[in-house]
Design a binder for this molecule. Structure first.
Ligand SMILES: *Cc1c(COP(=O)(O)O)cnc(C)c1O
Length: 474
């Protein structure tokens, strides 16, 4: 919840108390240097024992509630007919309004089933923007992905509140070009991850639906971050400022044909689901569920997680849960912006994205500015971020961002302030950061396992500057 202080500033206040804690480690600077060198300057290859703030992702790293943990104790382990499934189905119907639901082991499993069922060789799937796994499954099924967000989505400094919107002219043109029968479905991603966690508006969703319905194309909603998109709609879309998060959910879900989601984000569990009111669409997907995931009442999930997801779906419709990540993201972005650090604006739903092209303009894209930035943020603060060019390959991506994800209800204000301070320090010493080169480069999704080297061992100079200012420790 945002609270106005008597000095006029706003701060996000945690509307929960901490009942279980996990130790974290802030290693001295020389140990951080050693760890990043050993990890081949790839933050995916660091061990968490060497990490202070794990901001690699908000996936599966959120703090669960006491009620979620309690619900896990009543898990009903049964291959078929589990009561846990019926509690999940009730929550989906009560909160999201869908009668038919299938659990899956995580979000990409839902994407696999949708692509398997609806995408044929030569199909196209139209998206506001892609997510890595959603694109991979469409392409593996022989389809092609079109990304039709507005051009402003690629302007990192912006005041456009809905950079995740679909461009309607581009959408109409694409349907005309490819033919409606070739469009397997239209996918709208809530708080569009790879362009900086940017939301779309309900007005845009309605307009997309009108076009989709005219051509009989199913509208699919990737709701992995549904509560963050709903929260930002409440803040930014006039028609909905007085609506509850629950009402905004129902408005959105009434528009779409199929919802799928990873449960690892908004619902703070490890799982996923597909839901719809269209029995014919549901019946086309269902036969594949036991082939790839598990029987219809568990879909590859542990029944404990099914129980926790049922509670998570109810809880994510409460404003303090829906805003628990987004408000910290807004604060993080605002503070870095105040310090002059180039960040993606406006703040999005899941992470603070630092613009590596503007942070390190002296590093050409061929020397991986986002990778160098993620490595140097780790050296300066022990914070784990993700550098991921949006394609994961050597095509120069539209954006070079280092993503600092904010897991929900996991870190506190002082930890965010520490990260802000050290990233601002790094920005003042940005000339010391140079590029990277690959020494081991896997053929696909190379950001996961690739190893790099620094050009001229710039990390040693950076660490020396850090020690000169802060001493040998933190
Ligand atoms: C995380 C995510 C996925 C994939 O979900 P997993 O649970 O990681 O498989 C798909 N779409 C979006 C928008 C996501 O954030």
């Amino acid at each position: 919840m945002q609270i106005k202080l008597s000095n006029g500033s706003n701060i996000p206040v945690e509307m929960h108390k901490i009942k279980i804690v996990q130790k974290t480690y802030l290693n001295p600077i020389q140990e951080r240097l050693k760890a990043i060198e050993e990890a081949g300057f790839n933050t995916f290859l660091l061990r968490t024992k060497n990490v202070f703030l794990d901001m690699l992702t908000d996936s599966g790293t959120n703090a669960m509630s006491d009620n979620q943990l309690a619900a896990m104790m009543q898990a009903d382990d049964a291959y078929a007919g589990s009561e846990s499934f019926y509690r999940l189905a009730d929550a989906v119907e009560d909160i999201l309004g869908f009668k038919f639901v299938m659990p899956v082991h995580q979000g990409r499993a839902a994407e696999h089933l949708l692509a398997k069922t609806f995408v044929k060789p030569g199909s196209v799937v139209i998206m506001n923007y892609h997510f890595t796994t959603s694109k991979a499954h469409v392409e593996l099924a022989g389809g092609k992905v079109l990304e039709l967000c507005g051009d402003e989505a690629f302007e990192t400094a912006s005041s456009n509140p809905f950079k995740g919107n679909m461009d309607l002219d581009k959408l109409n043109n694409a349907i005309k070009t490819y033919g409606a029968d070739k469009v397997a479905y239209i996918r709208m991603e809530a708080t569009t991850n790879l362009i900086g966690g940017q939301p779309f508006s309900i007005k845009n969703l309605r307009d997309v639906k009108t076009i989709a319905a005219k051509h009989n194309i199913p509208l699919v909603y990737d709701g992995s971050l549904i509560s963050e998109n709903a929260f930002l709609i409440k803040q930014r879309e006039k028609e909905f400022v007085d609506k509850s998060i629950a009402e905004i959910f129902r408005t959105m879900m009434d528009i779409v044909d199929i919802l799928y989601m990873s449960g690892r984000k908004s619902t703070a569990v490890r799982g996923g689901l597909i839901a719809t009111n269209n029995k014919s669409l549901f019946d086309q997907i269902l036969p594949w569920l036991p082939v790839y995931e598990g029987f219809a009442t568990y879909g590859g999930m542990s029944t404990k997680e099914v129980e926790a997801m049922a509670v998570g779906i109810r809880e994510m419709s409460e404003i303090n849960a829906a805003g628990s990540g987004a408000e910290f993201v807004e604060y993080f972005v605002r503070r870095l912006d105040q310090e002059g650090v180039p960040v993606v604006t406006p703040a999005g739903g899941l992470a603070c994205h630092v613009d590596a092209k503007r942070f390190l303009p002296h590093i050409p894209q061929s020397e991986y500015p986002a990778g160098a930035l993620a490595a140097s943020i780790y050296i300066a603060s022990g914070t784990l971020s993700m550098d991921r060019d949006a394609n994961g390959n050597d095509v120069l991506s539209d954006l070079e961002l280092a993503r600092l994800a904010v897991p929900r209800r996991t870190y506190t204000m002082s930890q965010i302030e520490y990260a802000v301070d050290r990233i601002a320090w790094l920005y003042r010493h940005r000339d010391l950061v140079k590029g990277l080169k690959f020494v081991e480069e896997p053929p696909v999704l190379r950001f996961f396992f690739g190893r790099l080297e620094s050009l001229n061992h710039w990390e040693k100079d950076l660490a020396a500057a850090f020690e000169a200012e802060f001493g040998p420790n933190f």
